[in-house]
Design a protein around this ligand. Structure first.
Ligand code: MG
Length: 380
């Protein structure tokens, strides 16, 4: 029997640890980001094609970029070279056998394989994942600048451009300041904004109920991860107490976490991050559980660049249950440099899903070298 797609044996793996400057400091409950972000880029060569992937861990959330670089270069490389890129599930099982954890590094390999498979077949990754259910994804921007006036100015510029979704990062500067900022946003923009609130685990179970009662008066669409990851009992109490949906982010990395969240009724929605769960196939499994349990999905991110967000865009395009939008704003609003030859377009406050095969983007060694600071690289 003949097959339209060639064997796509992976011949070479190239990996870069890169650093990029960012436009503004980001304050978040779990930790802050200033000046630059680091991430790891992967290129797989197979059958005359090149596929790209990205690992963007955040040290206070999932791990370090340096560890992802070592994972890819030292530990995953021997398990990848010589394998067929079109047997994605089999390859991921192989990666899980040689190294525990490191979801971001495995996601980078998975992305590069799907990019190769897409180019070989002429299909976008969304089509490979079952086909798109949406052509655009509502974009949420996070209000996390220590200079709140600058954020208000950004909102003033973004609303006429069609943006409605804004997520305020709370729990960092104190409750009074949070109330002041939320009040200023409602006073300035009224109901023209779809306002969300994210504590990034900043509250203690002791204080959470009372504090959320105050912020709930600003009519947020959801309240995200008020308390630290392990406190599912508090999350469940809050979810029961409020009509406003509660969203689990740090409490829900993967399908195992989600099973616990569902069993304890600890959230009404989840933030799906491909860096947390380890890839698009794992993300599909996660959303299978969420859909079954009636939990809505939101497409969260870490400090990801254009390659990882291209994968996220293809993934969300094929996931009906991810109904709360995405926060894929880094390349257009925060990163001062990125490696894509052209960014994925944003129109009327929406991310426009590319139609081209694979990730639907163009990256070259030159575009990596010219648009990032390369801290380390390896190939073979
Ligand atoms: Mg979050």
């Amino acid at each position: 029997m003949t097959h339209a797609v060639p064997a796509l044996t992976i011949e070479r793996l190239s990996v870069w640890l890169v650093e990029s400057p960012i436009a503004m400091t980001r304050l978040q409950g779990v930790g802050h980001v200033k000046d630059t972000v680091k991430r790891v880029l992967v290129r797989l060569d197979a059958g005359g094609l090149t596929g790209w992937g990205e690992a963007a861990p955040w040290e206070v959330f999932t791990g370090t970029a340096e560890a992802a670089f070592a994972a890819l270069d030292r530990y995953l490389r021997p398990a990848v070279i010589g394998q067929p890129a079109n047997h994605v599930r089999a390859l991921l099982r192989r990666l899980d056998k040689v190294m525990v954890g490191h979801a971001e590094a495995k996601f980078a390999i998975e992305t590069a394989c799907f990019d190769l498979l897409g180019q070989a077949s002429g299909l976008s990754i969304a089509e490979l994942l079952g086909g798109r259910v949406r052509d655009t994804i509502p974009l949420s921007f996070s209000i996390a600048d220590p200079d709140f006036a600058a954020d208000l100015d950004r909102m003033r510029a973004m609303l006429p451009a069609g943006h409605r979704l804004f997520k305020v990062k709370t729990g960092v500067l104190g409750h009074a300041e949070d109330l002041r900022r939320l009040g200023a946003i409602r006073d300035t923009f009224g109901d023209a904004v779809d306002l969300r609130i994210d504590y990034n685990q900043a509250l203690t179970p002791f204080e959470a109920m009372r504090i959320l009662r105050d912020v709930d008066t600003f009519r947020p669409t959801f309240i995200e991860q008020p308390v630290p990851r392990p406190h599912l009992d508090t999350m469940a109490a809050l979810a029961a107490a409020f009509d406003t949906p509660l969203l689990a982010d740090e409490s829900c990395f993967d399908a195992t976490d989600l099973m616990r969240v569902v069993a304890m009724r600890a959230a009404d929605a989840i933030s799906v991050k491909l860096m947390k769960c380890g890839g698009m196939l794992a993300g599909q499994a996660l959303m299978g559980i969420a859909d079954t349990a009636g939990l809505a999905g939101y497409a969260g991110t870490l400090y990801e660049g254009g390659i990882a967000l291209a994968a996220g865009t293809q993934f969300v395009a094929a996931m009906p249950g991810i109904s709360l939008g995405c926060e894929f704003y880094m390349p257009h609003h925060v990163l001062l440099e990125d490696v894509l030859e052209a960014r994925i377009p944003h129109q009327n406050g929406m991310v426009v899903v590319p139609q081209a095969p694979g990730l639907g983007i163009r990256v070259t060694d030159a575009s990596v070298r010219n648009n990032t600071r390369v801290l380390a690289e390896a190939a073979g």
